[in-house]
Design a protein around this ligand. Sequence first.
Ligand code: ATP
Ligand code: ZN
Ligand code: MG
Length: 499
Amino acid sequence: MPDILFQLKAVLRCSGSLEPIKQELDVFVREPARTLLKRGAPPGGGAVIEAWDVAGNTLELELRSDRFVRVHDALLRLKNELSRLLARHRIGIRDIEIKSYEISLEWDASIKLGRLPFVRELKQDGGRLILVLDVDYATLERRIPDRLLKLLEEKKEAASWKGKSEHWELLFESGSKPRGFDKDPTEEMVKRGWIVHAAGRGQWIYGPQLTRIFRAFERILIEEVLKPLGYEEMIFPKFVPWAVWKRSGHAKGIYPEIYYVCTPKTRDPGYWEDVMDYYKITNEVPVEMIKERIEPVGGMCYAQCPPFWVFIQGRTLPDEILPIRVFDRSGTSHRYESGGLHGIERLDEFHRVEIVWIGTKEQVIEHAEELRMRYRRIFDRILDIEWREAWVTPWFMAQEGKAGLAELKEVGTVDFEAILPYSGKWLEFQNVSINGDKYPKGFSVKLQSGEDLWSGCSGVGLERWAAVLLAQKGLEPGRWTDAFRRFTGDRLPEVFRFL
Ligand code: ATP
Ligand code: ZN
Ligand code: MG
């Protein structure tokens, strides 16, 4: 048995009886069809017609193939040739019914599979997996079986990476700094009334003191990094429709972490009247009733830069405007972090400055380096913190066949991590990523010269910067550097008191 075997049964319904031309069909099946189904395959490979039968207006076909001319391709080829043959007898093909479609392939039984799209039944038989597909002709025209096999390949690959999560390699260490604080800064800030837990999960209300610190971070970033490196500010959308995540690649996997956004199916008040009435009578929001009346249209900002790309989607850029350097700090990011929430370190709603640069490969790699050096000056001279930098390769990149590029350190991410003395753990507080041609390709952006366009992005998490600085230095401005106090002032604002 070949490593992979495809079997298909189909019924072609025609506009007239095929009985009178049975002889001609027999000749067709014997020769032209035989060659047709081997075309492009290595010797001995390809598809074959295992059985066929004519009854009135219908032609039944049984096809079998290896990986080369897969049965659905074979069926498409046969349909075209048969259409021509039948046309000579003024007969048309009305419709094609797929009676059955099975794929049998070698599969390691230890890699467990859940439900798969377009698969009615999954059977593990020794070292082989049998997939009984649930497909119609239109699905075969979209080549869904090919995509299904690609998906299985990816699952196999992902299984081999499981537990290894990501590659981590130390690039730089600031060395230790004197520590003067060992408490959890979130708890301290709550005690002092600087922050209050908001009504939502993983969400805080930041009082004037911490807000002053966040704004100081932004100003430092602008003065020390963004202005000198030639950045301009933009405002990126914060609701992200599916179309954007399809192009950015996020649609492949972020479902467990999305804050979903839904629109009403209609804004006709009559359609919502029973919902309103239910609330008025019970003081309960009838979530189940609402679910039936809304449509998920996307999610809240997750990675920040994807919706920016629509600005240049489908356009060609003149080479001389490169490198493009823009940043956004216009709103919140949202992730469903589930059980991982902790203080202001891991939130469902957080604030981040997102920095995006676009250029040729050389420009993008070089710029990432400049950015890192600028960041280092901030952490060293202004915040005076202990941090390290590590090269990380997320497993999805290896999975996308980009492990080679990652090994060259051309595509991938540098994580900046800092020690939290109260827990002894390292926390990632920002990253610098070189994304290769992923975004320009995904959003069809081209360069006039035809050269490859690359991009990079860097996310500066304000809560993470605060968590790191306050965990290492404490909450008293007197313990911070003069350079940092230049941005915050010597005293933080006091607005609220409670009785
Ligand atoms: P982690 O491994 O800590 O979950 P991540 O790899 O998911 O982080 P990225 O996707 O690289 O984070 O996001 C870029 C930056 O956004 C992070 O360096 C951090 O500053 C910030 N960030 C991401 N997730 C959160 C969160 N849940 N709460 C606060 N800040 C976050
Ligand atoms: Zn980004
Ligand atoms: Mg995360």
